[in-house]
Ligand binder design. Structure first.
Ligand SMILES: Cc1cc2nc3c(=O)[nH]c(=O)nc-3n(C[C@H](O)[C@H](O)[C@H](O)COP(=O)(O)O)c2cc1C
Length: 425
């Protein structure tokens, strides 16, 4: 062995020995360090802390980092007319006229041959609860298994094209192959949309797909996600465009949607004049009535106020409810003394109605509405105002008035996290 090679070997061995010694010292033992207790819970409880400054970009090389991607199921028939389905994420609307969808498939898939031969396919849009099927259908090939039989899903012959759709999927798009492009690893099939069918259960009153009811599935970074709440409308293009520099706030992102809603809830005191629908108010009331209640008494009654004159009267006569003049509606949460019982625990109505109120506030945040808790009980003067304005019977005690509307964006959440308020025992 040459002298220089020998020296290099000695050097490498010394570095390795030092590294092992250091690792041992840091651990305090030879055992691998145990995973921190409650590590998962901890990350879920706090907003993900960002250690890097924004805009410090790192090259990731050539990767399919397009976010978000759909995860859909493509339906096709083979030469014998056997229905098959495969999961595809490399899919998207690619033309408006004729309205078309592009789907890329590897030649190794069974569906590739099926679509090439039958010149038809369906795109089946899953709701998030169908994720197990999307996973399965994307793992096994129709060459080896009958995926409809194995999953129990039902193939239905499409109305206008020579392909099956999946009955249990809430939206199905029938496509006729117009062209394809061999791109390298994948063949991109372009399908003209011939018809779209959607389950009535996911349509809103106008007959359009309600994205919240659909709850579509997102595929991103090798994982499946649900979509979140609506955050903006297509039409409002200039809102928030002010020429000022944009600084992202990565510290305000949460591990899951529920925590995001809890931490993003704020008292909204400034509303736009956009109307709030009866369905939206009902969503809030359903959330309110889902609150915990002592011995399930449900000692509450909810008044929904939408008349302008009543909202204005309450605004003028309640000391901290001026925002009612801008609000589109208000929910008045009342304790119902007839339901509250007569025993020592009668006072639980306050706690129960408070829990219902918080649920209403969180539900409002979750559907893009703003709301604020304005107290009535235990102030006699304020309860009297509400009782008189709403003509309440004697057994209905108003706990609060919750003005509701679309937020202007002026109100922001407060950071109330104070470790000194916790006593760990
Ligand atoms: C989330 C997900 C997305 C996928 N996207 C594609 C895709 O866009 N194109 C493709 O060729 N295969 C894709 N696959 C893989 C196919 O679904 C898989 O190879 C399947 O077994 C093919 O079925 P088949 O042989 O019955 O046609 C995806 C799989 C998963 C799980």
């Amino acid at each position: 062995m040459q002298k220089s090679k020998f020296l290099n070997l000695i050097l490498a061995t010394a570095v390795l020995v030092m590294a092992i010694m250091l690792a041992t010292k840091n651990n305090g033992s030879n055992k691998p360090s145990p995973a921190p207790i409650h590590a998962l819970q901890d990350t879920a409880l706090i907003a993900s802390p960002s250690t890097s400054a924004p805009f410090t970009k790192k090259s990731l090389g050539v990767k399919a980092e397009l976010y978000p991607q759909p995860a859909v199921v493509i339906g096709s028939y083979d030469k014998e007319g056997k229905p098959n389905m495969m999961t595809a994420a490399w899919v998207g609307i690619c033309n408006s006229n004729p309205l078309s969808i592009a789907v890329s498939m590897r030649p190794a898939t069974y569906s590739y041959g099926n679509v090439t031969d039958s010149k038809s396919f369906t795109v089946n849009i899953p709701s998030a609860e169908l994720v197990k099927y999307v996973r399965y259908v994307g793992r096994f090939s129709g060459k080896d298994v009958d995926k409809f039989k194995e999953t129990g899903l039902t193939p239905i012959k499409a109305e206008f094209v020579n392909a099956p759709y999946v009955k249990e999927f809430p939206i199905v798009i029938e496509c006729e192959l117009t062209e394809f492009h061999d791109l390298g690893s994948h063949r991109q099939f372009i399908g003209k949309i011939i018809d779209v069918k959607a389950d009535e259960a996911i349509l809103n009153a106008k007959g359009n797909v309600d994205v919240n009811l659909l709850n579509p599935l997102i595929y991103a970074g090798g994982n499946y996600y649900e979509t979140g709440r609506m955050i903006d409308k297509l039409g409002e293009v200039t809102d928030g465009i002010d020429g000022k520099p944009f600084i992202p706030n990565y510290s305000q992102r949460y591990e899951n949607e529920t925590l995001g809603v809890i931490h993003n809830r704020k008292s909204v005191r400034h509303f736009t004049n956009q109307p709030v629908s009866k369905e939206q108010i009902e969503t809030l009331l359903r959330a309110g009535m889902a609150a915990p209640t002592a011995v399930n008494r449900q000692p509450w009654v909810f008044y929904v106020v939408t008349q302008r004159d009543v909202l204005d009267t309450l605004s003028q006569q309640l000391p901290y409810a001026k925002m009612l003049t801008q609000a589109q509606a208000a929910i008045v949460v009342c304790g119902d003394m007839e339901k509250a019982g007569n025993l020592k625990d009668k006072g639980y109505w306050v706690q129960d109605c408070c829990a219902a109120t918080e649920n209403i506030l969180l539900a409002a945040e979750s559907i893009g509405l703003g709301a604020v808790w304005t107290a009535s009980y235990p102030y006699d003067d304020r309860t009297e105002v509400v009782i008189k304005a709403l003509n309440l019977p004697a057994n209905h005690v108003p706990l609060n008035v919750i003005p509701i509307g679309y937020p202007t964006g002026e109100d922001v959440p407060k950071n109330k996290w104070k470790p000194e308020n916790i006593i760990w025992q």
